[in-house]
Design a protein around this ligand. Structure first.
Ligand code: ADP
Ligand code: MG
Length: 558
């Protein structure tokens, strides 16, 4: 968190300066009060008029100081929250895909929105306010001592009592605040899950069940917040009572001294005013300290997210001129069961590979590890001469494009979903649209390429979405295209056409994970890789494999 204060040190300095000046000016109002009261008691009209004039100009100055001080602090808050949000966003987006998917996206959204808001309200603002009131406190203490050491003594004793309260309450509030933040994240996640399941919920008549689930979580969130608020209420109640008690004690003590003739009426007024501005800062600090302490876990969580970026930043630019080689690769998701077992393979540039095997045998995992989703694998993966571990995995996209079974489309037009901010000439567009099969359904859409696809592409069919995804890869002339059941939503004829087009591209390296065991198609691949239980059982041209490997024959149902 320190770095954010440092990054804004100029505006922080201005804020502190203005707020300090305003605090000092507020304290000195009590001296004005003393003068006016004593003047009233003595009946000096000329002095009274002079004081009035002075008071008016003093108040205008004070108003300006307060305004600019407050403005500066708001500017500071605005900048800091924006920077924190940017850093968290960067951190989240720079994670390894494997890491990224470990956390629900709703949690990230909650961090960016809820947690940053909590930090603004319970950390930045209270801290700034505390600094301002400390100045107020010190200047008041000096004035008080000058006016009446006895009253100052009484005030200090009350003060000690008041400090005991937050010390007792801080830890508890910290725990409950953290629970609130966690519960909010859960609530966001649950709500997102329910909203995303809109269609399933309607078609399976789950509305009452879901309502109950939502209400349950809603209640839990409200209860959690209330549990934290109860501690805050106790804290505030105790502090307020102590502060009233203090004012009563000060009045009686000062009145006693006035009767004895040791202080004037004016001094009584000033003491009363000062004891107010002596306690207000303490009250505020007491309210703020537990708040500031309570956000520690949240600050930690945000900083952890923001720091990911720095870790993932290094690495060489990947190259692919010859081959991608996998040597004795073993990988496990949870550290116990191996999803991949001692796999060794070579994908040569320009060749075409089909990966087949039963569902769950590790085909998708192999592709993900190969393309840098995870870093905790054993064995080696080489892009030409460079081990994957030394490469900047963020840039692997310049070499390979993976098409998953489900495609994410942004809520934008077909054109923008293919171009993705890129700029391509007319010929490239035409080629990509043709080879991906997008041109086949383009004519059916009202606005052609400029038709909107809807939220996550829900205005297109599954097969159309897959074709858009393929066009994305083709228009960038990806050197390696990996289809992870990437044509599964297409009708067999279209799938065959598209795969055949890809198979004729000389310079393209194609890795297809497929469920379709169409001999006409499989025989066009240079190699068929047959996987079983996380291992590569065999790898050869289709006919050869069929001839030599009985378990592959069995798998094909021949
Ligand atoms: P497939 O060959 O069907 O593509 P996968 O590679 O997706 O198989 O899965 C291989 C094994 O790894 C399966 O047993 C699956 O349950 C497991 N698995 C896949 N993804 C994850 C994940 N993110 N976390 C934990 N286990 C996973
Ligand atoms: Mg799979």
């Amino acid at each position: 968190m320190k770095r954010y204060w440092k990054r804004n040190k100029l505006i922080l300095a201005v804020t502190l300066l203005l707020c300090t000046a305003a605090a000092l000016m507020t304290t000195f109002v009590s001296l004005l009060l003393q003068q006016v009261t004593d003047t009233a008691v003595s009946g000096d009209m000329a002095l009274f008029k002079k004081l009035l004039l002075f008071a008016v100009s003093y108040m205008i100055m004070l108003c300006l100081m307060n305004y600019f001080g407050s403005l500066a602090s708001k500017l500071l808050v605005q900048r800091m929250t924006r920077q924190i949000r940017s850093d968290v966003y960067e951190g989240v987006m720079h994670q390894y895909p494997g890491e990224f998917y470990k956390t629900n996206t709703a949690d990230y959204i909650s961090s960016l929105i809820n947690d940053v808001k909590i930090i603004e309200e319970n950390y930045i603002l209270p801290l700034l306010q505390s600094i301002e009131v400390i100045v107020m406190f010190v200047s008041t203490l000096v004035l008080l001592l000058a006016l009446s050491p006895a009253v100052t003594g009484i005030l200090l004793v009350t003060l000690l009592l008041m400090f005991a309260v937050p010390a007792l309450m801080g830890k508890l509030l910290e725990k409950r605040q953290d629970a609130v933040s966690r519960q909010l994240a859960k609530f966001t996640e649950k709500t997102k899950d329910i909203l995303s399941g809109f269609e399933v919920i309607r078609s399976y008549q789950l509305l009452p069940n879901m309502r109950m689930k939502f209400e349950e979580e809603n209640k839990r969130t409200a209860d959690c917040k209330f549990a934290a608020d109860k501690v805050t209420a106790l804290n505030e109640g105790l502090s307020d009572t102590l502060s009233y008690l203090c004012v009563v004690v000060v009045i009686f003590t000062s009145a006693f001294f006035v009767i004895k003739g040791s202080i004037t009426m004016g001094t009584l007024m000033a003491l009363l005013q000062l004891s107010g501005s002596f306690l207000t800062p303490v009250l505020l600090i007491m309210e703020n300290l537990p708040k500031i302490k309570s956000v520690k876990p949240i600050v930690q969580r945000l900083c952890d997210l923001a720091d990911t970026e720095i870790e993932a930043e290094q690495g060489r630019v990947p190259s692919f001129h010859r081959e991608i080689a996998v040597s004795d690769l073993t990988f496990s998701y949870d550290g116990s069961l191996n999803a991949l077992n001692h796999i060794s393979l070579r994908f040569a540039k320009g060749k075409k590979y089909a990966v087949v095997g039963h569902s769950g045998c590790g085909k998708s995992t192999l592709i993900k590890v190969l393309s840098g989703y995870y870093k905790d694998y054993q064995g080696e993966i080489f892009y030409d001469e460079d081990p994957l571990s030394l490469l900047d995995t963020k840039n692997l996209g310049s070499i390979l494009s993976i098409l998953h079974q489900s495609v994410y489309l942004f809520n934008d037009t077909v054109r923008n979903n293919i171009a993705l901010e890129g700029d391509f000439d007319k010929a490239t567009w035409e080629q990509a649209l043709e080879a991906s099969g997008v041109s086949q359904f383009m004519a059916l859409l009202e606005k052609g390429l400029n038709s909107p696809v809807g939220e996550n592409g829900n205005r297109l069919s599954g097969g159309q979405r897959q074709r858009v995804a393929l066009a994305r890869a083709l228009i960038r002339k990806a050197k390696v295209i990996i289809l992870d059941e990437g044509t599964s939503a297409l009708d067999p004829k279209t799938a065959l056409e598209i795969e055949s087009t890809l198979l004729t591209r000389q310079d393209l390296t194609l890795i297809t994970i497929t469920h379709s065991l169409n001999p006409a198609l499989l025989s066009q691949y240079d190699q068929v890789i047959y996987m079983e239980d996380g291992s590569v059982k065999d790898m050869a041209a289709y006919e050869q494999l069929l001839e030599n490997n009985p378990s592959f024959r069995n798998f094909c149902g021949v």
